[in-house]
Design a protein around this ligand. Structure first.
Ligand code: TAP
Length: 471
């Protein structure tokens, strides 16, 4: 049983102003896994004052000082990576191989990337007599979701630190453990007092107080679209910058070639990873209508092959994060059946032999892009296969959504993959599994308005100052 009852403010572990706590439930066992404190507006005010005070000196720190700090964090992160992985298994049910692998690895990757970018980053740029200076924006609120806790936290903290900003992190109540350990890592590595602060608590209290605070310069938020809209509204009167990474309903286009079955299998298994709780999940699988039967067989084989069970064991998929998430996904599966989609794998209820924990069956439907299971973000292991007549039709279906976060194109003809990818209205497109920590990540349309990852992630935390007549 984990007990994390203190917050991290101004370089020290402190008791919250009010003694309010919440239990954290392990989604695989439904048992209480730990307890956290729930912060109040008074805790936010203390943390913001500490971050504002620290901004004076941290904004003036040198590149070398920031690199030294990031290097010390890297050593400490590596030392505690097993603990981080264990925490992620308990808090959100990721299977051990994924938690210790990709979950922790994404955080490490963003840290390494921040170091690489910072080494050469051009903060000052002279154009004739004009100097363009990029300066840290100030005090930042970082509000994160539960689904990839280390990824989403590290992709914000390290660019913010590297650019000279100070910050207050508000982790998700559903998955607060790994953020607590990360905070210990930052403290041990020697982050200067007030530069990084962490308050646990509910979004409606802590998140709202941060968004409305008149001494915060920027909010970086990853989460759902309604909350992103709310934050933008709360932040508007103080004209602070708001960066939003929101949801998706991403198309995965499989081209008509010899690799179709293999690509459908990979797309299906990939979509089920993290129990489908990935903003960029390729949850609409577009296949040639003329080869629908072949695609269905490959998807069914892949879905049926996903092992589901105790995330501490050797399985491909654990539970979804909570009872509410489980109920919501069951609702979508029922809706798919009601709307006339054809169920080809999985379905309602828990997988056979499992009677406890929030486990969902890897589910595949064949449907149309008009169905709610193809239009709304389910955030669970539910894939919809949609047939297309030709490439133009595929692109039309892919872009027929309010979202625009990610896209995938798989095929043996790279020229054709490129041409299709260029036509997608999404911010991040992977061709044949391409992946790059330095590539900007973010959404078109309702999927958000900023770009994280790599050097683009740095620009989120920088103001631009023009100094005319400088030279
Ligand atoms: P949300 O419910 O939006 O919560 C995200 C964070 O915002 C949590 O820390 C939450 O606090 C906080 N929050 C809730 N209400 C708030 C308010 N009124 N003001 C300020 N903060 C508030 O999302 P979630 O359910 O955790 O995550 C799932 C969603 O995130 C999905 O839609 C998914 O697509 C999206 N997502 C997007 C991306 C990218 S990169 N685009 C990546 C991952 C996830 P609590 O602790 O109270 O929940």
């Amino acid at each position: 049983m984990r007990e994390y009852l203190q917050f991290y403010i101004d370089g020290a572990w402190v008791d919250p102003v009010a003694a309010k706590t919440a239990d954290v439930i392990n989604p695989a066992t439904e048992a209480v896994a730990g307890r956290i404190s729930l912060g109040s507006v008074a805790d936010v005010d203390t943390a913001v004052a500490a971050a504002r005070k620290a901004f004076g000196s941290w904004s003036q720190s040198t590149r070398e000082e920031r690199l030294d700090l990031l290097g010390a964090i890297q050593a400490e992160y590596a030392r505690r990576q097993t603990e981080l992985g264990d925490a992620i298994i308990e808090e959100m049910g990721a299977p051990a191989s994924l938690a210790h692998g990709f979950h922790v690895g994404l955080g490490a990757g963003h840290l390494q990337t921040a170091i690489e970018v910072l080494r050469d980053f051009r903060f000052d740029e002279q154009r004739g007599a004009t100097m363009i200076a990029r300066e840290p924006i100030g005090v930042c609120a970082l509000i994160t979701p539960w689904n990839w806790p280390m990824n989403q936290t590290c992709v914000k903290i390290f660019p913010a630190l590297a650019t000279g900003c100070t910050m207050i992190l508000k982790p998700p109540q559903l998955a607060p453990f790994s953020a607590q350990i990360l905070t210990e890592i930052l403290h041990t590595a020697g982050v200067p007092a007030g530069v990084f602060n962490m308050i646990q608590g509910s979004g409606s209290v802590i998140g709202t107080a941060l968004s409305k605070h008149d001494d915060i310069d920027m909010v970086s938020f990853t989460g759902s679209e309604p909350v992103g809209v709310q934050i933008q509204q709360d932040a508007a009167p103080t004209v602070k910058r708001v960066a939003l990474e929101l949801g998706g309903k991403s198309p995965f286009i499989v081209l008509d070639d010899d690799a179709l079955a293999a690509n459908v299998g990979a797309a299906t298994a990939g979509m089920m990873g993290n129990s489908g709780q990935t903003c960029s999940a390729g949850s609409r699988l577009l296949v040639p209508a003329s080869r629908l039967d072949e695609a269905i067989a490959a998807a069914r084989d892949a879905a049926d092959g996903v092992t589901v069970g105790d995330p501490k064991g050797n399985v491909a998929m654990g539970p979804v994060v909570s009872r509410a998430q489980f109920d919501s996904i069951q609702g979508y599966i029922q809706q798919g059946l009601d709307e006339g989609a054809t169920l080809v794998a999985g379905g309602l209820g828990r997988p056979d032999g499992i009677d406890q924990g929030w486990f969902v069956r890897p589910t595949v439907f064949v449907g149309t892009n008009a169905m709610s299971i193809a239009r709304e973000e389910i955030f669970g292991p539910v894939l919809v296969i949609i047939g297309y007549d030709d490439v133009d039709h595929a692109v039309g279906i892919a872009n027929d959504t309010t979202f625009g976060l990610a896209g995938y194109v798989n095929g043996t003809d790279l020229e054709q993959c490129r041409a299709v990818a260029r036509r997608l209205r999404t911010g991040w497109i992977s061709i044949n599994g391409g992946f790059d920590f330095h590539a900007p990540f973010g959404g078109y349309k309702h999927s958000g308005n900023g770009r994280e990852w790599g050097d683009f992630g740095f620009h989120e935390y920088l103001e631009i100052k023009s100094l005319l007549g400088y030279a």
